[in-house]
Structures are given as structure tokens and as C-alpha cells.
Design a protein around this ligand. Sequence first.
Ligand code: CA
Length: 223
Amino acid sequence: MQDKILIIEDEERIARFVELELTHEGYVAHKAADGLEGLEKAVGGGYSLILLDVMLPHINGMEVLRRLRQHPPPAGDTPVIMLTARDATTDKVYGLDGGANDYVTKPFAIEELLARIRALLRKKSSALTCRGVSLDPERRTVSANGREIDLTRREFDLLRHLMENKDIVQRRETLLTRVWGYDYSGETNSVDVYIRYLRAKIEEPLGMKLIHTVRGVGYVVRD
Ligand code: CA
């Protein structure tokens, strides 16, 4: 299947150039010329990756990123490469803090941008493994010691987020935002409930510990 890439960029000349290059590389490329249009497409368009300019009309790239990351997966965790102005170090820092996966500085060499895109798409589709548990983000399957485990969408997204952040403690609030989405109005104990489901499906049958509780904070997956 071809990867769909969204270019959110108000400079038509750059957007058009990148679109042509991406199409040439075999990607499906779509454009958005301002922050609001970009966010709308990013949330509903099923993109594999987003190229996001910082300076945009209506809402800027940082705000687009912030709002995008408040949506549940798969839209909310779409890989984002920020296009930042030269020497705008603060943009890079804010961008990476705000959940950008990478950034390139304008003016950029198209080969460099294509290399960053390939690297992120590879990372996105490569299997995550930990303690005999293997999670395939592309096929949305999980297996433990070679046996497939049937997970609901929410259980899968929660496990995926934990495995992507192996050895990094995830606060309950972070998990709620990244897995349930910001408009979720329930309690943080939903996280505890779903952790119990995952343990019952994965840890108990295998007799091992994958997800560790960090008292008063949250959860972490450790090898
Ligand atoms: Ca711009």
C-alpha cells in the first residue's frame, strides 16, 4: 500500500516542489495551505506522515501539532516532521517537546527530507518486541511467544504506546491523552482498568511481567 503524506505549507512554490518529489518517489501526496485546513486533513485523512511548516496562516504549525497530538491514535500519533526556519532553535525545541518526531531546516535539500521520511516510515512500520511479546503496528497484531493474542483497539493502542516508550515511565494523564484523546471525559482509572485487561491477556497466560506499575505515577514496559 502506498504511504499517504500530507504537506502543510503555505508557500505554494515549496509545497508544489515537495509534492512532485514525493509523487515521483511513489508516495501519495496531499497539500494544505493553512493551519486549519491542515489540521482538519491531518485528523481525518489517514496519513502515514505529515510535513508541517511552522509559520502558517490561521493557526501556526506548533498549534496544529499540539491539537493533533490531543486526538487518539491513529491520527493523534501520526509521525510529524517540522519544517523550521534557519537558526530558529526555539522552533526545534518546542517542536520536539510538542511531539514532533523530527525536523528539517529550511531551505532543505530534498534528498535529506526524503531520507528523514523513509527513516520515520520504517520506524513506524517495524515491529516492537519486548520479553517475547511482538507488536506489529502495520498489521495491528500482537503475539506472545509466537501465539497471536486478540486485543481490542484500545488495548492495542495502549500496549503500543507503552512499547514505543519502553523504559520510560508513562503517567496516567499522558496515557489518557495519547491513547484515549483529549476529549475523553472519563477518569484516569480507565487506564488502570485497561492495564488489568492487558495483564490478563498477556502476562497471566505467559507467567511473566511486562508492564510494571510505578506507584503514584503510572506504568512502564521493561525488558
Ligand atoms: Ca510558512
